[in-house]
Ligand binder design. Sequence first.
Ligand code: GLN
Length: 192
Amino acid sequence: MARAVVGVMALQGDFREHQAILEACGAQVVRVRLPEDLAGLQGLIVPGGESTTMSRLLTSSGLLGPLLEAIDGGMACFTTCAGTILAAHEIRDGIPDQVSLDVLDIAVRRNAFGRQLQSAEVDLDIPTVGPEPVPVAFIRAPSIEEVGSGVEVLASYQDQVAAVRQGRHIGLTFHPELTGDTRLHKLFLAGL
Ligand code: GLN
């Protein structure tokens, strides 16, 4: 099988960690900063970081329009934490005019866990990737407060939806890339 070609949005945030995991999984990785970086990508990772900063950079860099076109053209997205905020149809507690890529039919609330969960490492049950729990990190995490009818819930944490899949798109409120488990990235690659 040909190697999957996957972009990692590299405007801000922890794109390097995603790149390392994708490469360990055998994918060819392109860092995406400019519209031309989107050419030929089967999938895109939108990393964690700060969604309001990424929102501003998406607009000021001119990447937003071409990115929306690539998604319309069938590019699948794998989003983590701030990336999932950007991917959501509805963003709660965002800034005025915060960009939504609208790839997941979900409503998310930014910084939903408050100060209790500035940062926590957790073993999460995600049966779709196997019986062993997945070690993940929640860092100033959002919560997914509503999901549309076409959205499959893959995992929950503290009674909040934490991982979803909609078609080939996957959205997580946590970081699997900081704890070294590759199963969620492999799930994404297998769907491309
Ligand atoms: N709280 C951040 C935001 O609103 C997300 C944090 C993260 O990606 N770890 O964008």
